[in-house]
Design a protein around this ligand. Structure first.
Ligand code: G3P
Ligand code: CA
Length: 246
């Protein structure tokens, strides 16, 4: 059977605080995932940082939008306690720190540009510069729900692979694919069950199909059976076990 790329969503977020250094370390130590999916924002003073939401309330002890906080303010936040008191003292990583960690551990990285709810001026070029400075163009691929951003990214840097994230059925898929010139499609997994022809359709256009966020065994098996290229899961331990079943 073809090898499916297995990605730990926000690190090993099923067990550890999402997008925390601990979650990335544990994905390496406790699973055999091929890489991570993670999310990047820009602070008020222009630092690229790893975080999921545009605001900090849900996963930290702070309040407000990332865009209104400096890097030093973001670094003070406890991003572990919300998950459990035992994870107190986890602090954000910069994008550079995550790239360094992927380099050290040979992990792949699917970086989601979080420029859908908040517009971050110049995010595409900043991400390209960081990946290029680490010489990780072959190890990192990007995605976004903002397809105009992915089109811009591809125009700025044809060498780094791009992906279109989406969670609703497309009415005119060709239009989006042609405009964006994307390398990969990143559909929510239910959409591949709703429109089973999509995997073959994307493959016939030379694109990879990377699906998310598949957290139960039945749907993991179903996605493998449908021939997707990558599966993103909070439970990378379960995903790795299911993917090695006979
Ligand atoms: O990249 C897949 C997935 O992470 C997209 O949605 O909201 O979990 O970032 P979200
Ligand atoms: Ca994401």
């Amino acid at each position: 059977m073809k090898k499916v790329m297995l990605l730990a969503h926000r690190g090993f977020s099923g067990k550890y605080p999402e997008n925390s250094p601990l979650a990335f370390h544990k994905a390496v130590e406790e699973t055999s995932a091929d890489g991570f999916e993670s999310d990047v924002h820009i602070t008020k003073d222009g630092k690229l940082i790893i975080f999921h939401d545009a605001t900090v309330e849900r996963t930290s002890n702070g309040t407000g939008f990332i865009k209104d906080h400096t890097y030093e303010e973001m670094l003070q936040l406890d991003i572990g306690s919300w998950k459990s008191p035992e994870f107190a003292g986890q602090h954000i990583w910069t994008f550079d720190q995550l790239l360094d960690f992927c380099d050290e551990t040979n992990m792949l990285l699917n970086m989601e540009l979080k420029n859908y709810e908040v517009f971050y001026e110049g995010l595409e070029q900043r991400v390209i510069d960081a990946i290029s400075a680490h010489k990780m163009q072959d190890r990192v691929f990007v995605s976004s729900f903002n397809h105009i951003s992915m089109q811009k990214f591809k125009e700025l840097c044809p060498d780094i692979k791009t992906g279109l994230l989406y969670d609703k059925p497309y009415l005119d898929i060709d239009k989006y694919i042609e405009r964006s010139n994307a390398d990969n499609m990143h559909p929510r997994y239910m959409l591949l069950q709703y429109q089973p022809e999509l995997v073959d359709l994307y493959h016939s256009r030379g694109m990879k199909v990377n699906t998310w966020t598949v957290n139960d065994e039945e749907n993991m098996r179903d996605m493998i059976h449908r021939g997707v290229d990558a599966i993103i899961s909070n439970h990378a331990d379960v995903l790795c076990r299911v993917a090695t079943e006979e």
